[in-house]
Design a protein around this ligand. Structure first.
Ligand code: HEC
Length: 110
């Protein structure tokens, strides 16, 4: 029985970890975000109004924005340059990091 439990746990871990990686990792997103701090702030709540706040934004929105800058579907010279350097995994990690930060207010619950 004990062996069976170990096998089940191993299978669950094996199936869960690639999923977690694909969804983005907050900690590695934080490390990768160093280059973004100058404009978006260290936690996505930059103070300069020329740069959008990223903190608390929906994760899938952030990931799509970065993919679109990278592909050119969304056109901005500054962000295109930064997005070119990002892999799919970088994008997921950065999106997870900024989405996890307190920031935007959900107007529905106000
Ligand atoms: C030199 C300043 C600068 C740096 C550094 C920078 N950004 Fe940006 N970012 C901008 C500007 C300006 C915009 C708005 C562009 C536009 O109008 O589409 C923007 C927009 C964005 C958006 C879209 C936000 C929205 O609400 O649609 C995301 C996501 C984003 N940046 C992520 C990042 C990430 C992640 C990094 C680091 C890899 C980064 N940025 C680095 C200036 C910067």
């Amino acid at each position: 029985m004990r062996y069976l439990y170990s096998v089940i746990i191993a299978l669950v871990l094996m199936s869960a970890s690639p999923l977690a990686a694909a969804k983005g990792d907050v900690q590695s997103g934080e490390q990768k975000s160093q280059v973004c701090h100058a404009c978006h702030g260290s936690d996505g709540n930059g103070t300069d109004p020329s740069y959008p706040k990223l903190a608390g934004q929906h994760q899938d929105y952030l990931a799509k924005a970065l993919r679109d800058y990278r592909s050119g579907d969304r056109n901005n010279a500054v962000m295109a340059a930064f997005a070119q350097a990002l892999s799919d995994q970088d994008i997921e990690d950065l999106a997870a990091f900024y989405a996890a930060k307190p920031g935007l207010i959900d107007l529905k619950v106000k």
